[in-house]
Ligand binder design. Structure first.
Ligand code: MTE
Length: 315
């Protein structure tokens, strides 16, 4: 049974669901490990991790001094073409994403490769809240409290080899279940990639939740990328494969329209998209537009990654 998306869940409903799903994920992982002693220790650890993330939220360890976009907007105004190409179709089709038994395949230039259950993937990584600005190339933006962990922690665990210059990500391809994939609106599967130093940057996270709860399917459950200084299309949803390689890989939007969507996709008010100017943005829920900041306001942290590059050319 796929998880049913219920937009009317309140915060009070969330913890039991989160714990329930964490426990189910864990049981699958543990079945693979086949050791009952591991079960209770790992259960404690995973449940504690879930509780800790809520405690972190309360302490406000990671903050951004800007109003958060309401959960309802973030979960219903979405881009997820696998679930339909409108803004509200992904939430309407949310139950089409087959979340049970989700696995992530790790391949290419890593010392550790293989196929991981969600429990195996998440288990060593404490979850934390990160409140980030999120800017779409279409000209809207949001402020979202994600729950996740730094991608670099997973990469360090997988040990990239010398051949790993780029990290690539792929979304589930299953046209029998994902209605949007019956149409050729995008080259499927959805693919994205980062240069290794971008992937290793401490701001880059893999998110499994937002607003204190698990990610809704339409926001990329069970695991998605979030790269806050890049346009939203780099933040690939519902990942089933992570691979490392030497050559710059093909990415979906860049492949579809290279003049409109660059590989780097750093938020840049000086480089307009042919259809949407990029120097202003509308924060969802606000009337007036505001100035877009270079690197979406994360320039102090990330500009050095691009110091020798012409960002008008490498947009
Ligand atoms: N990932 C997949 N697999 N499929 C998509 O259609 N859309 C991208 C990105 N990740 C997309 C995706 C785009 S264009 C944007 S702007 C963001 O997801 C939107 O994320 P949100 O809907 O959670 O705000």
């Amino acid at each position: 049974m796929p998880l049913r998306w219920n937009p009317d869940l309140t915060a009070a409903d969330v913890t039991p669901e989160t714990l329930f799903r964490q426990r189910r994920l864990l049981m699958k992982g543990v079945a693979a490990a086949s050791a009952s002693a591991v079960f209770s220790a790992a259960t404690e650890q995973l449940l504690a991790a879930a509780q800790k993330e809520i405690a972190d939220v309360r302490k406000g360890v990671i903050t951004l001094d800007e109003a958060q976009t309401p959960f309802k907007d973030v979960s219903t105004y979405t881009n997820f073409y696998e679930l339909g190409s409108g803004k509200t179709t992904p939430s309407a089709n949310a139950d089409r994403l087959p979340l049970d038994s989700w696995q992530v395949n790790i391949a290419g230039a890593f010392q550790q490769t293989g196929t991981f259950s969600m429990a195996e993937l998440l288990q060593p990584h404490p979850l934390e809240e990160r409140i980030y600005r999120f800017r779409c190339v279409e000209g809207w933006s949001m402020v979202i409290p994600w729950i996740g962990f730094p991608l670099k922690d997973l990469l360090q665990r997988l040990q990239p080899t010398k051949a790993a210059r780029f990290i690539s990500f792929e979304t589930l391809y299953d046209p029998s279940q994902l209605p949007g994939q019956k149409e050729k609106v995008l080259p499927w599967p959805y693919r994205e990639a980062l240069r290794l130093d971008e992937a290793m940057h401490p701001l880059t996270i893999l998110a499994v939740g937002m607003y204190g709860r698990q990610l809704p399917p339409q926001n990329g459950a069970p695991i998605r990328l979030v790269v806050p200084w890049k346009y939203g299309f780099k933040s690939i949803k519902s990942i089933v494969r992570i691979s490392a390689g030497y050559e710059q890989p093909q990415t979906t939007w860049n492949q579809l329209a290279p003049d409109e969507y660059g590989f780097y996709a750093n938020v840049n008010p000086e480089v307009d998209h042919p259809r949407w100017p990029q120097n202003k943005e509308r924060r969802i829920g606000e009337l007036l537009r505001r100035a877009t900041l270079p690197f979406n306001g994360y320039g102090d942290e990330v500009a050095s990654l691009y110091k020798d590059m012409d960002l008008h050319h490498y947009f």
